[in-house]
Design a protein around this ligand. Structure first.
Ligand SMILES: [Zn+2]
Length: 240
């Protein structure tokens, strides 16, 4: 049924990238990701859809993962069953080991630096094909100071170096259009202005949490363009 929504809206290729499960609970937020024992069902069902719709739409089997060095063993074990992984870095770890989950807590400037380092490491390792919401560190923040600029530059430089595209996330623009958000802090115009300076490779990502987002894709892109500045987005190299 989900695939039919995409077909009706003219999509030719889609990638399912649910949040990866964690063998050990790192991110304590409830209902944000499948349990480890649901992974098998997830993979089987998307592979089944891929086969079922193969003459109509190309379906990629993927996961949205976070990077921490100790998670690499798990990713190595599952990567053969996936077409791609995308990075959605939702937490950082401070030097004392404390894990800061974005959205639950506000990041300090030091946390923003740690966030950028994790994103860059994941790209340099070739772990992921796309970086989802690279400006997620702007969640719950409206000021874009030197630390935020530095993080943007590090991430954009890594994107150019590795050729890994950065995603303009369309979920907040969708929510804004539907009155579910009053203000969009990410995607963040100041970040995408820097990304435009670098001319990084980019993609629009639906981040589909709600089916109406699929029908609404053009409206969400239009709102993103207004929020982030067409002059900035037109300098990016959209790869699909
Ligand atoms: Zn995400």
């Amino acid at each position: 049924m989900i695939s039919k929504y995409y077909l009706d809206n003219g999509f030719e290729t889609i990638a399912f990238t649910d949040h990866t499960p964690q063998n050990h609970v790192i991110d304590p937020r409830q209902t944000i990701r499948m349990d480890s024992d649901q992974l098998e069902d997830y993979l089987t069902s998307i592979h089944h859809l891929k086969d079922q719709y193969k003459d109509q739409i190309k379906i990629h089997v993927g996961l949205e993962v976070e990077y921490l060095p100790e998670l690499m063993g798990f990713y190595d074990r599952i990567k053969d069953r996936l077409d791609l992984m995308i990075l959605g870095q939702h937490f950082v770890r401070r030097p004392d080991g404390e894990l800061i989950v974005m959205g639950s807590e506000k990041l300090t400037d030091q946390d923003v630096d740690l966030y950028a380092d994790l994103v860059v490491q994941a790209m340099d390792l070739g772990l992921v094909r796309i970086v989802a919401h690279p400006d997620y560190y702007m969640l719950n923040r409206t000021t874009f100071g030197p630390a935020q600029q530095k993080a943007a530059r590090k991430i954009c430089e890594a994107s150019l170096r590795t050729g890994i595209p950065l995603e303009v996330n369309l979920l907040p623009p969708f929510k804004l259009n539907h009155g579910k958000l009053n203000q969009v802090t990410y995607p963040c115009k100041a970040f995408w202005q820097i990304a435009g300076e670098y001319g990084v490779p980019a993609v629009y990502g639906l981040d589909t949490h709600h089916l109406p987002q699929i029908d609404d894709v053009q409206a969400s892109i239009q709102t993103a363009r207004e929020l982030l500045g067409t002059e900035n987005l037109d300098r990016l190299h959209f790869v699909c």
